[in-house]
Design a protein around this ligand. Structure first.
Ligand SMILES: [Zn+2]
Length: 58
């Protein structure tokens, strides 16, 4: 991944930081258990955990 500054300076980086910190929090609370997600009870991986992992991939 390149850290070179893009020609157009946008708030994208700070937005991304915001999403990432939220994603980390989600992954901290939505944990796999035998019955499914410990937080929302959906079959693991739950939608929120999937989305959080997607955000951290960015
Ligand atoms: Zn969950």
């Amino acid at each position: 991944m390149t850290s070179a500054t893009a020609s157009s300076h946008h708030d994208w980086e700070s937005d991304l930081e915001h999403y990432r910190s939220r994603a980390v929090h989600v992954l901290d609370t939505h944990l796999p258990a035998a019955t499914g997600c410990t937080e929302c009870g959906d079959p693991w991986p739950c939608a929120r955990a999937c989305t959080a992992e997607l955000v951290l991939e960015l």
